[in-house]
Ligand binder design. Structure first.
Ligand SMILES: [Zn+2]
Length: 330
């Protein structure tokens, strides 16, 4: 019995080898013919979503595109210093900067953290909805939107032509930003150049406030089961990070605690002119990064290169970012 099986196997191997040899001959004949075709360039990036599991939760990073930041002018240090530090990473200003949002499917709720620009920052961004759909979801399925802060590249995607883009979602945002950006007196007192930011925040929130689908976050705590808020003020008065936890695995969604990876990991004391309070922004960054480094927690950041997810290691006076690997899902 064994012998005849072995003989059959040998015959099969020989047959396979013969077929392979025949295929090689055919390829050798066909190859020069196939090379003459000239395909048009695709000229488009792949759909911008990246998926991973966090315990029992499914995390999908969604890319809203990018913008080019003149970081030599924006960072609070000498432009020549910034230029030299960027050069170390083969970069120069303006730095193409990702805009990332994060969709968490807890199995019970679909939670979107930040919403991208909604196209308000020009044609290089505004792809979040297309990528959400490409990732297999519809905006109507989103149960909660958690806002890290009320800048246009984070809340611009909430509304379109005065209507809620996520009509079934409740929006949650830090009370510090609610009290600042949704306040007509603060807007009146702000310089003219800053008034547009207030208007944009008010317009983005309006349909949710009207529909009573809006909940300010007054103190650190659970916002939805498995996701806690963590006040990390400085970039804005109510800037909020979110700690996502499932089956002992943890991810901190850090919003705008960092903008320029090539400078601010090595030199975390450097702040950016977008920060409303640089000292607080620096302190919040230090607090979150130290905890993430101490226990190996994943972070997910809005402006690190897409998908913006990885871990942090202490590195001299600063940090080293270790991005997640690309991984199959099964
Ligand atoms: Zn931002």
């Amino acid at each position: 019995m064994f012998h005849s099986q072995a003989a059959r196997a040998t015959r099969a191997t020989r047959a396979a080898a013969l077929m392979l040899a025949a295929a090689c001959v055919a390829l050798a004949v066909l190859a020069p013919v196939a090379a003459r075709a000239a395909a048009p360039l695709a000229k488009a990036q792949a759909p911008g979503y990246y998926r991973m599991m966090l315990g029992g939760f499914e995390v999908t990073a969604l890319n809203d595109g990018s913008f080019d930041l003149p970081v030599d002018k924006l960072l609070k240090q000498a432009p020549e210093t910034t230029d030299a530090e960027l050069a170390d990473y083969y970069q120069k200003p303006p730095v193409e900067t990702s805009i990332n949002a994060f969709l968490i499917n807890t199995g019970a709720r679909l939670v979107l953290i930040d919403t991208g620009t909604g196209g308000l920052s020009g044609p290089t961004a505004g792809t979040l909805l297309a990528n959400l759909r490409a990732a297999g979801y519809q905006p109507e399925q989103v149960d909660d939107v958690l806002v890290t802060h009320m800048h246009g590249d984070h809340v611009g995607g909430l509304a379109h032509d005065g209507a809620a883009v996520f009509p079934n979602a409740t929006v949650h945002a830090g009370k510090g930003d609610v009290d600042y950006y949704l306040n007509a007196d603060k807007m009146a007192a702000a310089p003219d150049a800053a008034k547009g930011g207030f208007r944009m925040a008010m317009n983005s929130m309006a349909p949710y406030v009207t529909a009573r689908h809006f909940q300010p976050i007054g103190a650190d705590g659970e916002v939805v089961p498995g996701i806690r808020s963590w006040a990390t003020p400085g970039h804005t008065p109510g800037h909020t990070s979110y700690v996502v936890e499932s089956q002992g695995q943890k991810l901190i969604v850090t919003g705008d605690l960092i903008h320029v990876a090539a400078v601010q990991f090595d030199h975390p004391g450097v702040t950016i002119s977008f920060d409303s309070d640089g000292d607080n922004a620096r302190a919040s960054r230090a607090r979150v990064f130290r905890q993430a480094a101490d226990d190996g927690t994943l972070i997910a950041a809005a402006h690190l290169q897409f998908p913006g997810i990885g871990r942090i290691k202490a590195n001299g006076d600063g940090w080293r970012f270790v991005p997640v690997v690309y991984s199959r899902m099964h």
